[in-house]
Design a protein around this ligand. Sequence first.
Ligand code: MIC
Ligand code: SF4
Length: 639
Amino acid sequence: MGYNIAQKIISQHLLSGEMKAGEEISIRIDQTLTQDATGTMAYLQFEAIGIPRVRTECSVAYIDHNTLQTGFENADDHRFIRTACAKYGLYYSRPGNGICHQVHLERFGAPGKTLLGSDSHTPTGGGIGMLAIGAGGLDVAVAMGGGGFYLTMPRVIKINLKGRLRPMVSAKDVILKVLEILSVKGGVGCIIEYGGDISSLSVPERATITNMGAELGATTSVFPADSVTAAFLTAQGRESAFIPLEADPDAEYDRIIDLDLSQLEPLAACPHSPDNIKPVSDLAGKKIDQVCIGSCTNSSLLDMLKVAKLLQGKTVHPDVSLVIAPGSKQVLDMLAKNGALSDIISAGARVLECACGPCIGMGQAPNSKGVSLRTFNRNFEGRSGTADGQIYLVSPETAVASALSGVFTDPRTLDVEIKVTLPKKFDVNDNMIIPPLADGTDVTVVYGPNIKPFPLNTALPEELQARAVLKVGDNITTDHIMPAGAKILPFRSNIPYLSQFCFAVCDKEFPARAKEWGGGFVIGGQNYGQGSSREHAALVPLYLGVKAVIAKSFARIHAANLINSGILPLTFANEADYDKIDQGDTLTLPELRQRLTEKQSLVLRNETKGIEFSLATNFSDRQIKMLLAGGLLNATREQ
Ligand code: MIC
Ligand code: SF4
């Protein structure tokens, strides 16, 4: 039997385990990336591991999230990361150079390579044929030190494409359609592999699609590497990085979904979930307040050229604020040189620096109850910075058409034709990327006062007894658990400070209650911890004394982050048992160490209700070791 693309890359990087769906495997990581909001923790952890220099082919630290600098914290963190890069042998992409995923695609991504990034949208690299996976900072720190990355061998779903997108229908509409089909948990445990007739899709379009595979909960998404990929790499002056990559003709898939591009129409993900999809034509006429264009999903030169063309000679509607953040310095520079930037500025767009910006709530919060159309990838409640903001995810074409009219507008109703092609040569100027030093031993890493030690768990006791300190429903995101945004994000290196905001979106009293009750258990529904890779959503609960999360199911990265921190992610053997726990109940997990070691199912006793039921566990030996030791760092030290 032949291999699909995912299996090909995995087999070439396999360090341990069997390539059988559901089995734990580990793979060698060629490249890593971090961004600043997860990076500070990752470099502190790298230091704690104690390896003098990174052992990957290439590791890059980007500064793109925390760039508002309303106080000293952001700039201090940038300096910490810059000096850590110099000491430990990493590339440093300076603030202003762009969003990690966009820059990595332009300047470092390469087909057939593995990339591990401390950001959930690392699968953007799948657009160029990489196996690019998002993970918590500690997993990335281990990979930087040359350690393998452990994951469950995923099932592979093929999306078989045919036809071509019609005018004004966009790559964004492709992935919104896939989200409609599969939902935000439909990709859990899977790699999404695209195939069929992909020749009409450019690399940036493919990257938009693989980027938002994160919203499916997928391990990653990947496209073949073909002549389109080769042309993109050549245009970036990196033709030597190209290798062709396609699935074997007899490759097998766990599921095949046929998608006819020519049948797609402009779509929108409605509040507050990326899989809450409606056709834009159904929303037509609805008044809007704000439009934001950018983020790692839709900030490429191709996107921006389309936007500029549609804005040319027009003015943004008086009731709408239009903000645009190009994805990288290369994009912004080329827009400036070819005049497209002037079209954007004259139309009245507010041009932001090349960074994540409003996507992570760093400014540009909409007005109260404001309807905001964004080309971003997440519309979780409160993420925009306005608690009752109504965020819709749309394509750049829909975004501009609506910004001009002041209401939701299907871009196909515009009387314009846009034909935009990528240049044969991008303007390459890596002057904002500081390459690694040959020898960093003499460099002193500089820590600012905002950098506080991260919490470390202790070995698991034989029995755990605590109260259900919080009970939440399905699809809880890491933005619920540990919100971001302008007021909180600057404190990513300061867990004690962050802890005041833990679960603030669900229950403002949670941090105080957790302190008063001495921590406890969190009870969750389906797909607990979906969304970002931020390990702060594990470290902060750890700091507040959370011992276990008992849920119907978990998102991949968050479950791994919990285990790395020594917090037990446990699932109900019978989902209906979720109803048998109320917030405040006292719960006991007896004979914990013994049952885990012997791989028996765990028992949960609800002391308040006088009942007990079993929990399903499916931990690997490695995970059990970590849980017993109180997390990955403790387990490593024990070894
Ligand atoms: C996000 O989009 O939520 C983030 C901010 O990029 C996160 C990482 C973080 O929380 O720092 C992600 O997607 O992993
Ligand atoms: Fe940045 Fe938004 Fe992309 Fe996260 S999703 S990396 S915040 S642009």
